[in-house]
Design a protein around this ligand. Structure first.
Ligand code: NAP
Length: 250
C-alpha cells in the first residue's frame, strides 16, 4: 500500500496517540492535531495548515463535561470545523471513533454529543466511516477517578465487553488507510466484564486502595443496565483480553 498522509485529531489523547503511532509503524505520514500542539478544533485555528496534503482524518478527540448542551455544542462545533476544513483541503476519508450503544441510551450527555457528531459526519461533505467501539480496558479506572473522594468511589455495575486501547488504535489505523465504509460494525474486546469487578482488579494490579460502592445512583443510571452496552451481532472482536492488558504495560 502506498504511504498516505493521515491527520489524527486528538493525537495527544489515549487513543489518538496510539493511533498516530500505529499509522507511523505501518509507514504512513502522520499529522498530529490537538490544542496543545497548536490546532484548536473549536476555533479552527491552525486547521487549514495542518490539513494540507492530508488524505484521511481520524477524529479521536474527546471532551469531559456533564452538561448536555455544552457537550453537544463541543462535538457539533469541532466536527463542523473539521469537516469544512477537510472539504477545502480535498481530504478523501473521515473516520470517526464513536461508542457502541449511543443510540440506545438517551440521558447521557457525552452520548448525546457523540450522536450529534455521528449525524454531522453522515450528512457531511467528506466520505466517511463511523466506527463504534465498546468501553476501553482502562474505562473502569477512569470512572473511579471521576468519583473517588476520601478513599471511596461510587461505580455502576455496567455490563461491558471492553477492548484494549492498542487494539482500538490498530483498527482505526487500518480503517483510515482503506476506503470509506459508512457505518462500520461494532468493534469489541473478546469477553464480557462487570465494571465494578474491572475496577477492583485494576486497583489491585496498580496497588491502589479504594473502597468501591456499586450503585446506579451516581454517574450512570439504570438506562445503562442490561445488554445496552454490548456489541451487536456480527461485531468485530479484537484479541487482547482484560487480563492480558492488566498484566502488561498500561
Ligand atoms: N473511554 C471509553 O471507554 C470510550 C469507548 C468508546 C469510544 N470512546 C471515545 O473515544 C474518543 C477518544 O477518547 P480518549 O479517552 O482517547 O480521549 P482523551 O484521552 O481525553 O483525548 C482527547 C484528545 O482530544 C484533544 N482535544 C480536546 N479538545 C480539542 C480541541 N478543541 N481541539 C483539538 N483537540 C482537542 C485533546 O488534546 P488537547 O487537550 O491538547 O486539545 C486530546 O488529544 C472519545 O470521543 C470517546 O467518546 C471512549
Amino acid at each position: 500500500m502506498p504511504a498516505l498522509r493521515v491527520a489524527v485529531a486528538g493525537a495527544t489523547g489515549n487513543i489518538g496517540a496510539r493511533t498516530a503511532t500505529a499509522l507511523e509503524r505501518a509507514g504512513h505520514d502522520v499529522v498530529r492535531i490537538s490544542r496543545s500542539l497548536g490546532v484548536d478544533l473549536t476555533t479552527g485555528d491552525g486547521l487549514d495548515a495542518a490539513l494540507t496534503g492530508v488524505d484521511a482524518v481520524v477524529d479521536a478527540t474527546s471532551h469531559e463535561a456533564t452538561d448536555r448542551d455544552e457537550t453537544v455544542a463541543f462535538f457539533a462545533v469541532t466536527t463542523r470545523n473539521l469537516l469544512t476544513a477537510e472539504a477545502r483541503a480535498g481530504v478523501r476519508h473521515h473516520v470517526l471513533l464513536t461508542i457502541v450503544g449511543v443510540h440506545r441510551i438517551e440521558g447521557n450527555a457525552h452520548y448525546a454529543g457523540k450522536r450529534e457528531q455521528e449525524r454531522l459526519v453522515a450528512d457531511g461533505p467528506v466520505p466517511w466511516t463511523v466506527v463504534p467501539f465498546t468501553q476501553f480496558h482502562d474505562f473502569a479506572a477512569t470512572v473511579v477517578s471521576w468519583t473517588e473522594q476520601g478513599g471511596v468511589a461510587t461505580i455502576a455495575p455496567l455490563l461491558v465487553q471492553p477492548i484494549a486501547p492498542s487494539d482500538v488504535a490498530d483498527v482505526l489505523a487500518e480503517i483510515a488507510t482503506g476506503t470509506p465504509q459508512g457505518h462500520y460494525r461494532d468493534v469489541a474486546g473478546p469477553e464480557p466484564q462487570d465494571l465494578v469487578d474491572m475496577a477492583r482488579r485494576t486497583n489491585d494490579a496498580r496497588g491502589h486502595t479504594v473502597e468501591l460502592v456499586p450503585t446506579w445512583s451516581s454517574i450512570f443510571g439504570t438506562e445503562m443496565a442490561g445488554d445496552v452496552l454490548l456489541p451487536g451481532d456480527g461485531a468485530r472482536i479484537a484479541p487482547t483480553t482484560f487480563d492480558e492488558w492488566l498484566a502488561g504495560p498500561q
